[in-house]
Every structure is written in C-alpha cells, then in structure tokens.
Design a protein around this ligand. Sequence first.
Ligand code: MN
Ligand code: MN
Length: 281
Amino acid sequence: MNNQHYCFMACDSDYEGASIVIFGAPYDGTVSYRPGTRFAPSAIRNESFGIETYSPYLKKDLEDVKVFDAGDLEFGFGNTRKVIDEIRDMTAKIIANDKIPVMLGGEHLVTLGCIEAMAIKYPDLHIVHFDAHADLREEYLGERLSHACVLRRCHELLGDNRIFQFGIRSMTRDEDEFAETHTIQVKYSLEGLDNVIEQLKGRPIYVTLDLDVLDPAYFCGTGTPEPGGVSFMDLMKAVHKLNELTIVGADINELAPHYDQSGMSTITACKILRELVLTIK
Ligand code: MN
Ligand code: MN
C-alpha cells in the first residue's frame, strides 16, 4: 500500500496518530448487472481535490482531523471468499488498534468482510443501512456471496432487529417478507431516522451507505440505478444526524464512476464521504 501522494484530500495523517483509517476495497466480482465499482476508490481520491476540505454545514475541516488513508487492498481474481477474508483481516487490524475503519467500495458485498471482524469485537453491533435495494436475498443466481445478499449474510452474523434499513425501494417478495420479521425497514425515504437514532444511542453502530439510495437524478454513476430515491440534501442531513451515534465503522459503496460521464456522481460520493468522516470525528 502506498499513501505518499495518493489519498483522499487532507487524509494524510500517520497511522499511529489517526483515529479514522480509510481504505479502498476495489472489488466488483459479483455484480449482477453493470460492473465498474472497482474504479470507485481511485476516482474518489482523484476527484476529492475538486472540492473543499471544509464543511460549512458542520463548520469542521478535514485538515483538522487525523485520518489516515491506507490506499487500496489488492485482490486476486475469481475467489470471492478470499476477498472478503482480506477485508475482514484489514478491518480486524484497524479495530484492534482502536481506530475507526471507513471503507470505500467496491460493490456492496465488501461490507460483509467488515461486519465479520466487527461482530467479533462488538457483539452488540447494529447496522444502519442506506440503499435502494434490500440486499436480503438468500442467494442470487446460485451465489450466497453476492452484493444482492450482503445484508442477509450480515443478518446471519447479528440476528434479528439489528439491521435498520432506509430508502429501500427494490426487493423480491421473499426479501419483503423476510424484512417484516427480521430487520427494521423504512421504504422509499429516510423518515423515522430520528426515532431509530434515539433507540440506538450508546450502542456500537456500523453505517453502510450504498450510494444508489440517492435518486439517479443525483447519482447515475452506479451499476443498478433505481428511480424514486432520496435527494442529495436528504442524504447529507441524514449523515449529519448520525453524529449522535457511536459509530465504530462505516463504508460507502456502489459508485461506478464511468456510467456518469459528467463526473458528478464521483463528486457526490466525495462530498458525502467528507461529511461522513467529519460526522464520525
Ligand atoms: Mn446494496
Ligand atoms: Mn443498492
């Protein structure tokens, strides 16, 4: 890994001094429709220099917080389980040093690696999940390790009523029925987040942010765009509200930069990442 001249803007603290560690998981091996999320971490780092390090919303600056960008994990091809293991090991190292990992996907399956490590250190872990898709399939095209199944795999690790899903607007009938008794799911919007935050205060929280929760009007650079999503401001305000929670890890995922030739989706991801890091810190 090399972070000398290649990091998210202003995230150039040394590892020892950092409280947050960013790393990339550029994997898109199980995507069901259009690939390309493997290019997201490097695109986010490159384009981050186009926006400010200062957040006028939060009155905080990335220059003033200690964040280490560890670069990207390097994955081989064809062995999904090995990829997840590598993400789990990286996450385990970071949390063993009492730092907060913030992972850049990659497709959404990469979240499973983080949760496998997190669930050991934090037996009371809860997940706040933003997404257009429920990601609760038992299997997809015969594969249990797929981005369409990632929250179902997380449920197997954590159990009932530990996963809080927002913005969900695409699912199978089976997923819809599964969510009724096993997760807390808010469809179509981010309403009810305030109540959930009250409920989750003091517990260890992992935030997984599938950027396709945004309406494709704001964010078309993704593999499985789903009309009817939330606005950029809705999502940013939701991220800001998370500051009342004890966030022990987070990720953003499913940016596929090449599907948005204007580059706006990548800038949107950069801005959400800035706000997320400044909210955690
Ligand atoms: Mn997802
Ligand atoms: Mn999604």
